[in-house]
Write a protein that binds this ligand. Sequence first.
Ligand code: NCD
Length: 313
Amino acid sequence: MADPPRHLLAIEGLQPPPITALLDLAESYVLLNRSGQTARDLLRGRTLINLFFEDSTRTRTSFELAGKRLGADVINMAVASSSVNKGETLLDTAATLNAMHCDLLVVRHNQSGAPNLLAQKVDAAVINAGDGTHEHPTQALLDALTIRRRTGRIAGLVVAICGDIVHSRVARSNIHLLTTLGARVRVVGPPTLIPAAIERLGVAVFHDMAEGLAGADVVMMLRLQRERMIGGLVPSAREYFRFWGLDAAKLAKAAPAAIVMHPGPMNRGIEIDSLVADDPARSVIREQVEMGVAVRMAVLDTLARARPKLRND
Ligand code: NCD
């Protein structure tokens, strides 16, 4: 058997068995969370540091909750974005963290590859909580868990990922995970927001919502990430909504039981209409948040088990 992974830096390169194992373990944590119980013995004596160089609500809070429910000591380091040479800052930070004997390090950074660099320099298991436009592996895992619980499978489903693909680490991690587990993935959006040659990742490209959504089982909307845009890639918010925003009329093109997803934070009225986002019959957006805690518990538990305990308290 292969060695268990030391870090979770990306979905790309993972085979189906470790992905499915994480989803299965997360399933048990959904039940635990719903029962109001905790499993504080599992990570007792372990230290988890949340190191966020970029804003976050759901991801940081859910890692914090996940760590606490498993009994870890959780520290949140709020790091203001700095214009200092990023490499140097990160290496200094790595030295500091090593001195603190931290077991699990959750990192979000606006530079793609920053968690990989840290993983080479720290003793802790590193979990990528979103790096630049590269990957956001726990988001893809929680999305897969949500889909699997709602539809009973992943293989064979048609999943349409729509909107700002080019800036989205969520899209990249989801494309890798969903194609690895046998879903048929489409990316749908204007040419300015779809990376060149993305077909190489095994997806079909659509530049029209009606065509891209036709018969889809899952409609995953993405936030228009204006903070990452250089220059105007979209005409105006109003026009964007008209062509690319998900409303009931566009959703009617998808399969009759299609579910609607969004990683949050949502720009209501830009990429998604409130009536669709809040429709309990179609939207699984709140469930995604719930699955986020369970998936992060599974990731922390798996990575902690694979490494020796640093302290004995
Ligand atoms: C995403 C992110 O930060 O990549 N948010 C999240 O983690 N739920 C998506 C986004 O910011 O649009």
